[in-house]
Design a protein around this ligand. Structure first.
Ligand code: PMP
Length: 435
C-alpha cells in the first residue's frame, strides 16, 4: 500500500482543500481526505495514498466502490437517456426498481408499492406525508438519538443539536420518546413507560399519524432496538391505528446481513424507508408499503423532478439483486463474525471500550473514560479516527456524544483488505489509548 506522501502530489490535495475553504460553505464538515479514485474497499487520495474504507460514504457502499454489476447497469443506461422525469413520462427503470422493492418488502400487506426520491431525508419526509394522508392525523413520534435527515421536518425529528442549532422554529407536533439503550440503563420497559406517559399527559394517540424508528439507530450510536420493544410498539400502533415507519436508510440494503434489518426482529412495519446504499453510490431513496397506504395520496401529491432518476434506478435494481443473493448473505455473515471477533478481542484488551454492539455487519464500539463511570470519551474516539487516518484507514464516529466508533466497510470487502483494516484499527486504538 502506497502510504508515503509523494512531494509532487501533496500540493494537489493541499490546493483542493484551500479551494474548498475559499469556495465551499463552512456548514459542511471538513474532513482531511481528498479523494481522486475508489475501488472495492479502497480509496485513492490526492496526496498519493490509499486508504482502507471503513466509512463507505456513511453507509452508502454496502456493495463496494465501483461494483461491476452496478457499473455495467449504469453504463448501459448512460447511452439510452439520462433524465426523463417520472412526472413527464414513465420509464422502465423506475417501474422495475419499484417492482424489486415490492418483491423484497418486509412491510405488512399483499400488494406493495413504492415511490422514489433523491435522499433519505426526502424519503422520510414523504413517508410522514403518506402516513398523515392515510390517517388524517397530524402528530409524529420519533425517538431520542434518532437521525432522520436535515430538512425542516426530518431535522425536527432528529435528536442531535448540532444538526438543529439556530435552524428553528421546528416543525410542529413532533414528539420525542426515549428508545431502549441498555448500555445507558434504558430498557424496553422504560421506553414503553415513557410512551404510555406521553399518551396520558401530552398526546392523544388518536391524533398520531406515525411512529418513526430506526431498527438499529445509526447516527445515534449504532444501537440495535430489542425485539420485544419492536413487538410492543407494533401492538401499540395496531391498537391506535398508528402507522409504523421503519427508517432503514442506514441499516437497510444488506448492511445487517438480511436485506432489511427489521427482518431480524420478526416485525412487519407499515412503511419502509430505504436510501444510502440503495443507489450503489448514486442518490436514491424510497418509501415502500401496502397499496392501501401508499395510494392515500392522490396523483400529483408525491414526486420530484429528479426522484427516481433512470441512472439511479438501474443502479438500485442491480444493488438489490446483489444484496438479495445467497452469496452476499454468506459474505455478510462471514464479515460480521470476523468483525465481531476482532472488536471483542480489542475490547478484552482495552477496558475503555465500554461496549461492542450492533447487528450483523453494522458494528461499533462505544468508548468511555473508564468502565465504572462509563462517561462518554469523544476525545478518545477522535484520536482513534485521527490515528487510523494517519495509518491508512478511514473511520467514522457517531453517537450523541461523538464517542462511538462505527464500522461501515463494504460488505463485499476482500479478506486481505479486511485483515489490513482490522490490523490498522487495532494499532489506531492502541495509539489513541496511550495519548
Ligand atoms: N435516516 C437515517 C437513518 C439516516 O442515517 C440518514 C442519513 N444519515 C437519513 C435518514 C437522511 O438521509 P440523507 O442524508 O440521504 O438525506
Amino acid at each position: 500500500m502506497a502510504n508515503e506522501t509523494s512531494a509532487d502530489t501533496v500540493p494537489q490535495a493541499a490546493s483542493i482543500l484551500a479551494e474548498r475553504e475559499r469556495w465551499v460553505a463552512n456548514g459542511v464538515a471538513t474532513p482531511k481526505a481528498v479523494t481522486v479514485g475508489a475501488h472495492g474497499a479502497r480509496i485513492e487520495t490526492a496526496d498519493g495514498r490509499e486508504l482502507i474504507d471503513f466509512a463507505g460514504g456513511i453507509g452508502c457502499l454496502n456493495v463496494g466502490h465501483g461494483n461491476e454489476q452496478v457499473l455495467a447497469a449504469i453504463h448501459e443506461q448512460v447511452d439510452s437517456y439520462l433524465h426523463q422525469c417520472f412526472m413527464v413520462a414513465s420509464y422502465e427503470p423506475y417501474v422495475g426498481l419499484c417492482r424489486r422493492l415490492g418483491e423484497l418488502s418486509p412491510c405488512r400487506g399483499e400488494q406493495q408499492k413504492s415511490v422514489l426520491f433523491n435522499s433519505g431525508s426526502e424519503a422520510v419526509e414523504n413517508a410522514v406525508k403518506i402516513a398523515r394522508a392515510a390517517t388524517g392525523r397530524p402528530a409524529v413520534i420519533a425517538f431520542e438519538r434518532g437521525f432522520h435527515g436535515r430538512t425542516l421536518l426530518t431535522m425536527t425529528m432528529t435528536s442531535k443539536l448540532v444538526y438543529k442549532r439556530s435552524f428553528g422554529p421546528y416543525a410542529p407536533d413532533v414528539h420525542h420518546l426515549p428508545a431502549p439503550y441498555p448500555f445507558r440503563g434504558i430498557d424496553t420497559a422504560d421506553a414503553l413507560e415513557a410512551l404510555h406517559y406521553l399518551f396520558k399527559a401530552h398526546v392523544d394517540p388518536s391524533s398520531v399519524a406515525c411512529v418513526v424508528l430506526e431498527p438499529v439507530q445509526g447516527e445515534g450510536g449504532f444501537i440495535p432496538m430489542p425485539a420485544d420493544f419492536l413487538h410492543a410498539l407494533r401492538e401499540i400502533c395496531d391498537q391506535h391505528g398508528i402507522v409504523h415507519v421503519d427508517d432503514e436508510v442506514q441499516s437497510g440494503v444488506g448492511r445487517t446481513g438480511k436485506v432489511w434489518a427489521v427482518e431480524h426482529l420478526d416485525v412487519e412495519p407499515d412503511l419502509l424507508v430505504s436510501g444510502k446504499s440503495l443507489g450503489g453510490g448514486l442518490p436514491l431513496a424510497a418509501v415502500t408499503g401496502r397499496a392501501e397506504l401508499m395510494d392515500a395520496v392522490s396523483p400529483g401529491g408525491l414526486g420530484g423532478t429528479f426522484g427516481g432518476n433512470p441512472l439511479a434506478c438501474v443502479a438500485g435494481s442491480a444493488v438489490l439483486d446483489i444484496v438479495a443473493s445467497e452469496r452476499f448473505a454468506e459474505q455478510a455473515q462471514a464479515l460480521a463474525a470476523r468483525l465481531r471477533e476482532s472488536l471483542d478481542a480489542l475490547a478484552a484488551e482495552h477496558p475503555r471500550i465500554g461496549e461492542v454492539r450492533g447487528l450483523g455487519t453494522m458494528l461499533a464500539m462505544e468508548l468511555v473514560e473508564d468502565p465504572q463511570s462509563r462517561k462518554p470519551d469523544a476525545a478518545f474516539a477522535q484520536a482513534t479516527l485521527a490515528a487510523a487516518f494517519d495509518r491508512g484507514l478511514l473511520l467514522l464516529a457517531c453517537g450523541l456524544d461523538g464517542n462511538v466508533v462505527r464500522l461501515l466497510p463494504p460488505v463485499t470487502i476482500g479478506d486481505a483488505d479486511l485483515e489490513e483494516g482490522i490490523g490498522l484499527l487495532g494499532e489506531a486504538l492502541a495509539a489513541a489509548a496511550e495519548r
